[in-house]
Ligand binder design. Structure first.
Ligand SMILES: Cc1ncc(COP(=O)(O)O)c(C=O)c1O
Length: 387
């Protein structure tokens, strides 16, 4: 049997909202306000309301969002920035691009987010900021990150690209959306993200008026008024077409999150008694928006062979992220580069497998994924004479 199951299905999602999206696009075309139009400001306000944050500033993409945020903090070359050792490369990339020094910290074996027990050991008098990256849809341990940041006078820039919409609950019962707890939060509207546009897009969040003003300037050539450049900036803008599309999709974000959670629950109940599969950990302090549904396979199972066999029958799966950050050629000059420094990141890289999850998945597709995955694992165990 050959399936055609993809990691995500944006066309079916689009089909359901096509009329609204078409109308939004036509409105922008009719207005000819393609850059810095009304749609952009309206979207920024609507997202700010949704998040419960004072300022949202649209920008070109999630990587720019991180870069602009770090530029706004007035850091000096050689300042050290704490980043997770297991994450998408964007954070470490912009840190290096700005002449800052990334200090990697291993991650928590359950949440895969930065391990807060290991942060303080890495702090020196050059440390200026922590960038927690909320992996796969769940918040990092913000209570502890904020405590450390407060104690050592560090900035916190939350990379919220995978967890937009997740809610974090502090020990005192206070609840906040991810991306809105540190000094600055950043996100990406890459099409596959939970709130995705139809091209590139990103945004920066902050409750600090001064930072908001500076971020807005940096994203627009360092100018507050046209042709007056007060700081060195860049050109990174969310365009009006993307903003108009995002305004439509933002209305569905809660529904999309609910759908993703239903799919995750289905997978959980199918796999929870299987001793070869560890289902995603649900942190009590954070809701999960399931940007990815990522299982771990037992170390005695050849994860890459499982992925290949799924692919051979037309079922997509992904490994996020297959190569350790410290082994990437581009970053190999940074000092900390031994597998032994990051045992959890190393273990995760070898065992994780993300399964298809998207808002249009039905039970039939999910059942086919589950049944075939289990069959493949059992076949491999038989071939290896183990179970
Ligand atoms: C955690 C994280 N940070 C940053 C980015 C970068 O976003 P963009 O592709 O919009 O630059 C991504 C995108 O994949 C991401 O997953």
């Amino acid at each position: 049997m050959k399936y055609n199951i993809l990691m995500l299905d944006l066309s079916s999602q689009h089909a359901k909202i096509k009329t609204e999206i078409d109308a939004a696009i036509h409105e922008v075309i009719a207005s000819s306000a393609f850059i810095k139009g009304e749609q952009v400001y309206a979207f920024e306000n609507e997202l700010a309301n949704y998040l419960g944050v004072k300022h949202v500033i649209g920008c070109g993409n999630g990587t720019d969002a991180l870069q602009i945020s770090l530029m706004a903090l007035g850091l000096k070359k050689g300042d050290e920035i704490i980043v997770p050792a297991y994450a998408y490369a964007a954070a470490i990339e912009v840190v290096l691009l700005l002449g800052l020094i990334p200090i990697m910290v291993d991650v928590d074996p359950n949440t895969f987010n930065i391990n807060t027990d290991l942060i303080e050991d890495k702090i020196t008098n050059k440390t200026k900021a922590i960038i927690p990256v909320d992996l796969f849809g769940q918040s990092a341990n913000m209570e502890e990150i904020l405590r450390i940041a407060n104690q050592y006078n560090l900035f916190v820039v939350e990379d919220n690209a995978q967890s937009l919409g997740a809610v974090y609950t502090f020990a005192n019962g206070e609840k906040k959306r991810t991306g809105c707890m540190g000094n600055i939060g950043t996100t990406s509207f890459f099409p596959s993200k939970n709130l995705g546009c139809m091209g590139d897009g990103g945004a920066i969040f902050t409750n600090n008026d001064e930072l908001a003003k500076k971020i807005r300037m940096i994203a627009n050539h360092g100018q507050e008024r046209q042709y007056v450049h007060d700081v060195i900036g860049t050109n990174s803008r969310l365009d009006s077409l993307q903003a108009a599309i995002l305004r439509v999709k933002l209305k569905y974000l809660n529904e999309y999150e609910m759908k993703r959670n239903q799919i995750a629950d289905f997978y959980d109940s199918y796999f929870k008694n299987n001793t070869s599969i560890t289902i995603p950990y649900r942190d009590k302090k954070s809701s999960h928006v399931f940007h990815q549904y990522t299982i771990q396979l037992s170390e005695n199972i050849n994860r890459d062979e499982v992925k290949l066999r799924l692919q051979n029958i037309g079922i997509a799966s992904m490994v996020y992220y297959p190569i350790q950050l410290w082994k990437q050629k581009a970053y190999s000059h940074i000092k900390q580069n031994r597998d032994a420094d990051f045992p959890t990141s190393n273990m995760i890289r070898n065992t994780v497998l993300s399964l298809p999850i998207h808002t249009e998945m039905n039970v039939e597709i999910q059942t086919n994924i589950c049944v075939n995955l289990i069959n493949i694992i059992e076949a491999l165990q038989l071939e290896n004479g183990s179970n």
